[in-house]
Design a protein around this ligand. Structure first.
Ligand code: PMP
Length: 291
């Protein structure tokens, strides 16, 4: 088995442990990042670290190591496990405290870095596209727990995921409290209508996805008009194309939403072009693990 970074040390993954008094475990008090390495290059590592430290600031969590040190440790975790293609999970929780809620009784946040082989979705999913449904759960309101914070409380997303899986679908679309399309359980959403690419802004109640930002840059380079816009399910059902983006899913076409066929039921030309360009960039935009 591999080695996991826990609070400054590399530990056998089978033996790595965190206290049951850690408020990450007791209360979901903490944040995380999911990062990918492609052929020895950690995709947009700096962007992921910036997002992590921004989220920590938002929840008044002082990460005990600097961003530079964290970067070194992430690279080391991939290297020490001899991985070239990996999924990296970075978790920072409030740390060990007592059974009460008070985070100021947790003197030292816990930092964990796991790098593992990735379980890629089957290629057929990318070729044929996904069929998804809309969850009956609504995205956390930005007035309660802002979905821009990738907190350890993913129950909202998990309940939507359960709903999708129980209904036989791999992913669920989640609307915000007003009924605008927000995102999926682990991905951002894009639609294409009349040649323009649209994605909801984070303020709708969605994570500011790093893959999403990459896709927007690609669209600009390809000369595809892009707009951030609030939209409803009607706009999704009647779109010409639809796709999802995320670190784990990358960019994956959607061909059916709530039994409505999107476009002609096949991944659309703009979606395919964007996915092709995205795949070219995965080993370019990042930090090399091995020199
Ligand atoms: N939304 C949610 C809820 C997610 O968990 C993720 C995965 N991190 C995304 C969107 C996509 O973000 P990214 O492209 O940064 O992985």
């Amino acid at each position: 088995m591999g080695l996991v970074y826990v609070n400054g040390e590399f530990v056998d993954s089978e033996k790595a442990s965190v206290s049951v008094f850690d408020h990450g475990y007791l209360y979901g008090d903490g944040i995380f990042e999911g990062i990918r390495a492609y052929d020895g290059v950690i995709f947009k590592l700096d962007e992921h670290l910036k997002r992590l430290y921004s989220m920590a600031k938002a929840i008044l969590l002082d990460i005990p190591i600097t961003m530079g040190e964290m970067k070194e440790k992430v690279i080391e975790t991939v290297r020490i496990n001899n991985l070239r293609d990996a999924y990296i999970r970075l978790v920072v929780s409030r740390g060990k405290g007592d059974l009460g809620l008070d985070p100021y009784k947790c003197p030292k946040p816990t930092v964990v870095i796991i790098a593992d082989k990735i379980a890629l979705y089957p290629e057929s999913m990318y070729q044929n596209g996904l069929k998804i449904i809309t969850s009956t759960y609504r995205r956390n309101s930005i007035q309660t727990l802002d979905p821009q914070i990738k907190s350890l409380n993913y129950l909202n997303n998990i309940l939507a995921k359960i709903e999708a899986v129980k209904a036989g679908y791999p992913e669920a679309l989640i609307l915000n409290q007003e009924g605008y399309v927000a995102e999926c359980t682990g991905d951002n959403i894009f639609i294409v209508s009349n040649g323009t690419l649209y994605s909801p802004p984070s303020a709708v109640g969605a994570l500011g996805g790093i893959t999403r930002a990459t896709i927007i840059d690609i669209a600009k380079q390809l000369g595809i008009p892009f707009e951030e816009k609030y939209f409803s399910l009607f706009n999704v059902y009647t779109a010409d194309e639809c796709f999802l983006t995320g670190t784990a899913a990358e960019a994956v076409p959607v061909v059916e939403v709530d039994h409505r066929v999107i476009g002609d039921g096949k991944p659309g030309p703009i979606t395919k072009k964007i996915i092709e360009e995205f795949r070219k960039l995965t080993t370019v935009l990042g930090t090399k693990v091995y020199e």
